[in-house]
Design a protein around this ligand. Structure first.
Ligand code: FAD
Length: 414
């Protein structure tokens, strides 16, 4: 039986563990956090990510607690619509799901632990890989060694320390801007059905995402909503040192509906600042080792694809392992299968982010004049919707299709 070691039990790690086990592998997952908890804010599950969850049999529990999103509506502070993208304009079956990251985490984590042939070890901070002629061993901070493995899946997230040692990183930079976020109850369902954003040139970005009913472990069925506020990292300290009232007034002026959310904030400590990285590797795979998810290609959340790309990576990897005669062949097939899709989203996110989060007056101005025109031209508008849905592989060319469930049985041992 093929022995697989998975490093990290986040979105990519847990999903690949479940699907590789179902492909016939014996899987050991090593997660750094001793007692992983459902933390984070609202994230968007696109049709691509939903398809993978459906393959896992986990879409229903997530959709039941998620919030259906039909539209992305982005306006300026003067009320001018910059883009108004409805999934249904391209495909009536499509929609997004706004959900708490914690719900996705706890659903996948619970499923991974329950999966036969998956063993999850927590509190294992992986530090190193060691290779002999044909296998890889994983070393943790406490000196323990796990293995031998025929395949090691590195899914340790955007700040992957193992990526640094792999020597195949082309770009690994923190974006100068990040976002403050806050999640709270929206008992009266004030915010529904849309991801709503307001931009003031490129230097202010306000966003609000219906986030479903939160994580299961919250024990509550009340709808929650996530508030996002863009800020350069170097201004966070000044923001924390300042009073909250001036900031609240600025947010309330942009969207008076948010008042009840702001009324629940009485300390800066209730608000988390998240930074993101831009990661590009020259190669994701090498001799029985593969990087997937944020570890391989972290981006800013501008296009809302992070968790979706991680889910697709894991699904494609398991399918490649299932249909290939050897691990080397599976990794070659994986790299080929993921190249176009990942390259498109990495490039688009890198290119678009400064239009929404930067000090550039010019880019904000350019966005406000050109995007509304594109939004009115059906082929361009449809392309933006497909990009949002996660199915593009380029400006032209084939739509990314999730591979159909493989028809062949589990792969033989290497
Ligand atoms: C705490 C947290 C909060 C987040 N909140 C949001 C959010 O609100 N909105 C959003 O869009 N995205 C958020 N993200 C990012 C989003 O979850 C990811 O883009 C997406 O899920 C990709 O998943 P991933 O599995 O590649 O990485 P992650 O989900 O980051 O998972 C990586 C896992 O690897 C583990 N790990 C790291 N280093 C080691 C090590 N050395 N040894 C063993 N295990 C290790 C981590 O503990 C983690 O469980 C958050 C990520 C984290 C970790």
């Amino acid at each position: 039986m093929t022995r697989v070691g998975v490093i990290g039990c986040g979105t990519a790690g847990a999903t690949s563990a479940i699907l590789l086990a179902r492909a016939g592998c014996d899987v050991t997952v090593l997660e750094r956090v001793a007692e992983p908890k459902p933390i984070g804010a609202g994230i968007m599950l696109q049709p691509t990510g939903q398809a993978v969850l459906a393959r896992l049999g986990l879409l229903d529990p997530i959709a039941t607690r998620g919030a259906r999103i039909d539209r992305l509506w982005f306006r300026t502070d003067r009320g001018r619509t910059i883009v108004d993208l409805h999934y249904a304009a391209v495909d009536r079956e499509w929609f997004g799901i706004g959900l708490h990251r914690g719900l996705l985490f706890e659903t996948l984590y619970t499923a991974a632990r329950a999966e036969p042939r998956v063993t999850v070890h927590t509190g294992c901070d992986v530090r190193n890989l060691r290779r002999d002629d044909s296998h890889t061993f994983i070393t943790c901070e406490d000196g323990s060694e796990h293995g031998p493995f025929d395949l090691v899946v590195i899914a340790d997230g955007a700040v992957s320390e193992l990526r640094t040692t792999a020597g195949t990183t082309k770009r690994d930079a923190a974006y100068p801007w990040g976002a403050l976020w806050f999640v709270t109850d929206d008992r009266d369902a004030v915010f529904t059905r849309e991801l709503y954003q307001i931009g003031v040139r490129a230097h202010r970005l306000y966003g609000v995402l219906p986030t479903g009913k939160g994580a299961l472990s919250s024990g509550s069925d009340t709808p929650v909503v996530s508030l996002f506020w863009s800020l350069p990292a170097h201004e966070v300290e000044a923001w924390r040192a300042g009073g909250l009232e001036a900031w609240k007034a600025e947010v309330r002026t942009l969207d008076p509906r948010i008042g009840f959310v702001l009324d629940r904030i009485d300390s800066h400590d209730q608000i988390t600042f998240a930074r993101y990285r831009d990661v590009q590797m020259t190669r994701w795979c090498d001799r029985g080792v593969v990087f997937i998810g944020d570890a391989a290609h972290a981006t800013s959340p501008q296009l809302g694809q992070g968790a979706n790309l991680a889910l697709v990576d894991a699904c494609v990897l398991a399918d490649c392992v299932r249909v290939s005669p050897t691990i080397d062949a599976a990794l070659e097939l994986y790299a080929r299968s993921r190249r176009l899709h990942l390259r498109y989203y990495q490039k688009m996110t890198r290119w678009l982010t400064p239009f929404f989060q930067s000090d550039s007056r010019f880019l904000g101005w350019l966005r406000d004049w050109t995007f509304p025109i594109a939004n009115k031209i059906p082929p361009l508008r449809d392309h933006m919707i497909k990009t949002m849905a996660g199915v593009c592989t380029g400006f032209v060319g084939r739509r990314f299709e999730l591979p159909a469930a493989p028809k062949v049985g589990p792969m033989p041992s290497n």
